[in-house]
Design a protein around this ligand. Structure first.
Ligand code: SAH
Length: 278
């Protein structure tokens, strides 16, 4: 019933949902408020005969509208942003929600710091497609991190989907070496610092992070995003963030839009930087 949306808009308050769609030869307007879904349909597509009739949504319409809500990235992002602002979601969740607006099935993305593989998995779900063009290139300097990523993928996706991820034991400052010829890169994710539950002495460091970011800005396709989560609570973390910021400040405004999310009254909270290439 709601399969051919002509237009859809989302109210930016909690979960009200409004949609306009075509139903045979009439227009169907449905919206949900506090869980109830109401439909209004016009008698005809002819503007001269527009008159509205209202009825309760059928069970199928309720289920389709709820599916739309689950698959609409904008609704998800809005919720995640509000939960971040109210202290209920983390910077990584905000990052994943934004990625969904940039990455499409069939794209190539890079996870520059695989760690335990949560970002690799999130990216794989966004790029994987039936024709298997989509690809995630995952890098880490620790074999234990790549093993951990690999086992998360084994638990979460089928072996065919897993083939769309290529893991490399190497420093992200050489990320350009692993990009297949002719592939454009839609998203590059950095989750800096040390491997959670791993060796805390192995951390990303300003010099190689700086070089990696420089490469990232060059290989990223136009319309793509570099996503950086920096941790400032461990030794060297603040200096690393300052190196990252120094590089960001050199990016020309004609090509780049750079934003930052930070919880101001928690000085050690992670910082999310999003660099969009126009
Ligand atoms: N994204 C991960 C967390 C990353 S933790 C997750 O979702 O779980 C940071 C990771 O960066 C660690 O695994 C560490 O080994 C890796 N790392 C440190 N220096 C690196 C470098 N120069 N190149 C690539 N990875 C590096």
């Amino acid at each position: 019933m709601l399969q051919k949306p002509l237009a859809r808009c989302v109210c930016a308050w909690n979960s009200p949902h409004f949609s306009l769609s075509r139903e045979r030869n009439a227009l169907l307007v449905s919206f949900s408020l506090s869980g109830a879904i109401l439909c209004f349909s016009t008698k005809s597509l002819n503007p001269k005969k527009l008159s509205l009739s209202a009825r309760r949504a059928t069970t199928r319409e309720v289920s389709t509208a709820n599916q739309d809500k689950e698959t609409s990235p904008l609704l998800g992002t809005m919720d995640t942003l509000v939960r971040y602002i109210t202290g209920k979601s983390r910077a990584t969740e905000v990052a994943h929600a934004v990625w969904q607006h940039i990455v499409q099935r069939g794209d190539t993305a890079i996870d520059a710091t695989c760690g335990n593989g949560f970002d690799t998995l999130a990216l794989l779900k966004m790029v994987s497609d039936e024709s298997r063009n989509g690809c995630v290139l995952g890098l880490d300097v620790q074999q234990s991190a790549l093993d951990s990523t690999s086992s998360l993928l084994n638990q979460s996706v089928d072996p065919i989907q897993k083939e769309q991820v290529k893991l490399f034991l190497m420093c992200h400052s050489r990320m350009q070496d692993v990009v297949p010829k002719g592939k454009s890169i839609r998203l590059i994710a950095f989750n800096l610092g040390y491997l959670p539950r791993g060796d805390k002495t192995v951390t990303t460091v300003p010099e190689t992070t700086f070089q990696a970011l420089q490469s990232a800005t060059e290989i990223l396709d136009s319309g793509g995003l570099i996503s950086i989560i920096a941790y400032v609570g461990h030794p060297g973390g603040r200096e690393e963030w300052e190196a990252v910021q120094a590089l960001i400040s050199t990016l020309p405004t004609c090509t780049w839009v750079c934003s930052k999310f930070e919880v101001l009254n928690r000085p050690k909270s992670p910082i999310l930087a999003l660099l969009f290439k126009k």
